[in-house]
Write a protein that binds this ligand. Structure first.
Ligand SMILES: [Zn+2]
Length: 349
């Protein structure tokens, strides 16, 4: 009797499993549009001058240079293990220092050869030109993406940010740079834009980022609005504070599984959005860290921490499973900008 009930249960569950299988077959994965996935890495430690010992960039500390290169290589190795492309945004001192230290076959050239992308990163607008010169003249690179456009805009406040950002973007377009990574779904600018930036970007509260890249109307002096004929693209990433500040004391010194678990909830929300809404235009989700969250201390004094790299590896392993299912496409920020607006390829880049 007991045995009959049991086999009946087994049959019933086999039938149920089969039913579930059929249901999955009825909604093939290709009907859910894939999500572009990117990782913006702010390539600096506590100051823009490292691996030099001071902001005057006179004396280079080879130990710091070695540690910074090892950290970049360690992160890149994890990314390449899963096919993820990094968008490495480098400050002027780090660009100049590491390129001078390593010579022609420097770390940034090696990253590009492995499919990554190199971009600008500043903490004040005055440094953009210096950063561009370091990456182009000293490192010999073609820069396609920028970051840090919020730094001076925040300082300018609600009455000044439109003009400051519009001018900042115009300078980049003049240099042939057509894309920026940015974080707008938290912080004052989102409020200053009345809670809506670009078109249809209403998911930031769950995903941490605005998933649809847009062309800010900088020529019309309104970066909150989309310019359908614009030539510059914002690619928004989720804020670091939402997932690295677990103890309320700011960005973690070294990243752990607990941090990436939190990040995963934002990424899962983006996947869910794709499944539920199935948007008919390119959508992206990305996150940002500094290289310094992968080493103990914040001044390049240590080589990368294997545990932090292992935590990144486990998170990206999860993302790679979604890529294998066709739910995710790995891309750099400027690849995402071009996927969202293919007509941009007719321009300088
Ligand atoms: Zn930075």
């Amino acid at each position: 009797m007991k045995r009959q009930v049991l086999s009946g249960l087994i049959l019933a569950s086999l039938f149920l499993l089969n039913g579930v299988g059929d249901a999955v077959m009825e909604a093939p994965p290709e009907e859910i549009p894939p999500l572009y996935f990117f990782y913006a890495i702010h390539t600096h430690v506590a100051g823009d001058h490292f691996p030099y010992t001071t902001p005057s960039l006179r004396t280079l500390d080879p130990r710091i240079a070695e540690n910074m290169v090892a950290t970049i290589e360690g992160i890149a190795e994890v990314l390449e293990h899963h096919g993820v492309k990094g968008t490495w945004e480098v400050v002027y001192g780090t660009a100049e220092g590491l390129c001078a230290y390593e010579g022609e076959n420097h770390i940034f050239r090696r990253l590009i050869e492995s499919g990554h992308e190199i971009g600008l990163h500043v903490h004040r607008y005055a440094d953009y030109e210096r950063d561009l010169r370091a990456l182009s003249d000293i490192c010999g690179l073609d820069v396609r993406v920028t970051s840090g456009l919020l730094t001076d805009a925040r300082q300018a406040g609600p009455d000044g940010f439109q003009q400051v950002m519009s001018e900042g973007i115009a300078r980049h377009v003049g240099w042939g740079i057509r894309a920026a990574t940015i974080n707008l779904s938290s912080g004052p600018l989102f409020q200053w834009c009345g809670g809506q930036i670009g078109i249809g970007n209403d998911m930031g509260g769950e995903t941490g980022n605005l998933m649809f890249p847009w062309r800010p109307d900088y020529q019309g002096g309104n970066i909150c609005a989309d310019d359908p004929h614009g030539d510059f693209v914002f690619v928004d990433h989720s804020p670091m504070q939402w997932w690295t500040n677990l103890d309320g004391r700011g960005v973690a010194d070294v990243l752990t599984d607990a941090h990436f678990e939190r990040l995963r909830t934002l990424f899962d929300a983006a996947l869910r959005y794709m499944q539920e809404r199935r948007p008919g235009r390119a959508a992206a989700w990305g996150f940002v860290t500094h290289i310094s969250e992968y080493a103990v201390g914040n001044r390049g004094e240590n080589p990368p921490d294997p545990e932090a790299l292992a935590a990144l590896d486990r998170f990206l392993g999860y993302v790679a499973e979604k890529a294998a299912e066709g739910r995710v496409i790995f891309a750099t920020a400027s690849e995402i900008a071009r996927a969202a607006f293919p007509e941009l390829t007719g321009g300088v880049r």
